[in-house]
Design a binder for this molecule. Structure first.
Ligand code: TYM
Length: 349
């Protein structure tokens, strides 16, 4: 603990830096697009560096077929680029190519407490009733996530609402490390959870998150779905029998209607109030086709571009290798400095 710690040194000047990650484990869906990808492609203030990572080490906390993992990693990279992310401007890479993530995660395994990890709702959801059979990696998942962020001293993390608890844990790990070693070394990271679609719900149940692990494919729109499939899924989306209310307040007690309006707002880059001004009072027989047209208009070009990029996997691999090299240049000195703070002989910051 603080015993024996050196006098605190001056805090690093933390420059704003953005980091976020997505697991390459199955299909990208509309929740990933609206909650994450689309927001990653929004312009950043001049000079702000952004890193986006395909977290393949996180993906294997549950079983992944090796070929499927390779495919999903490349397809996710294609998804980032097709969603408008410029790989020259942002740093795009897969996690396993930058060993510093796993190395810092080990340090954080020794900082985080068992009790903190046990409270993680995502672990409880994923491990289910059979927690004894869950991998140790699944339990330690949030420490690796903290390492992803903090190995770059990232200050802002754009995510969907489901990641909020993990980001609080990241802040706790940083604070405990700083406290234990008596140094302001890791920054406070700020979750950036903004917009109408930070929690896109299932199309079959407005109380459940849209998720790649839902057994029903009708519950989600995949970025690889074609126009007919997207239109069909929206036509069949669960709703109540009433028309849309006149105002946004009327959506509060109607989860399915609220979800479809939120999706519309996020796809159209409008506020929920603007959408209600346009569509309030309309029956679903009118609103659903409006939403289907908009979703097809926005998703189909992404899907087509992903397909085109996937025709040249070697080019994607080159891009990821280049991104990893740029990422490593930032992560390496921060890890070495961490090792030095912790007392590892041979650390070379
Ligand atoms: P993952 O792969 O489950 O999801 C990737 C991103 O998509 C968001 N998201 C959603 N947003 C709105 N509505 C939904 N239904 C929905 N489903 C998913 C997620 O919030 C996320 O932003 N633990 C992370 C991956 C990760 C990470 C990180 C993220 C690893 N290291 C460091 C940020 C920073 C995860 O499993 O996301």
């Amino acid at each position: 603990m603080t015993e024996g710690a050196q006098t605190p040194r001056a805090a690093d000047g933390f420059t704003p830096r953005v980091f976020s990650g997505i697991q390459p484990s199955g299909n990208l869906h509309l929740g990933n697009y609206l909650g994450a990808l689309k927001r990653f492609a929004e312009p950043l203030d001049a000079g702000v560096e952004a890193l986006y990572c395909m977290v393949d080490l996180h993906a294997i906390t549950v079983w992944q077929e090796p070929d499927a993992l390779r495919h999903a990693t490349r397809e996710l990279a294609a998804g980032f680029i097709a969603s408008g992310l410029d790989p020259e401007r942002a740093i795009l890479f897969n996690q396993s190519q930058v060993a510093e993530h796993a190395q810092l995660a080990w340090i954080f395994n020794c900082v985080a407490r068992m009790g903190w990890m046990k409270r993680m709702t995502q672990f409880k959801d994923k491990a289910g009733k059979n927690a004894e059979q869950a991998s140790l990696g699944l339990f330690g998942y949030p420490a690796l996530m903290a390492a992803d962020i903090l190995v770059y001293h990232a200050t802002q993390v754009p995510v969907g609402e489901d990641q909020k608890q993990h980001l609080e844990l990241t802040r706790n790990i940083a604070a405990k490390f700083n406290h234990d070693y008596g140094i302001e070394f890791f920054p406070d990271t700020e979750p950036v959870i903004e917009g109408a679609a930070t929690r896109v719900m299932s199309l079959r149940d407005g109380e459940k998150k849209m998720s790649k692990s839902d057994p029903s494919d009708m519950s989600r729109i995949n970025l690889t779905d074609d126009a007919d499939t997207i239109a069909k899924k929206i036509r069949k989306a669960k709703t109540d029998p009433e028309p849309l209310p006149e105002t946004a307040e009327g959506l509060e007690t109607r989860p399915e209607a609220r979800n479809l309006v939120n999706i519309y707002a996020a796809l159209a880059d409008k506020s929920v109030e603007q959408v209600m001004a346009e569509a309030g009072g309309k029956p679903f027989s009118e609103f659903k086709p409006m939403l289907a047209d908009l979703a097809v208009e926005r998703i189909a070009p992404i899907s087509a571009e992903m397909g085109r990029l996937m025709e040249d996997p070697a080019e994607i691999d080159r891009l990821l290798a280049r991104g990893a090299e740029r990422a490593r240049a930032i992560a390496h000195p921060i890890l070495q400095r961490t090792y030095e703070i912790v007392g590892m002989v041979g650390a070379r910051p």
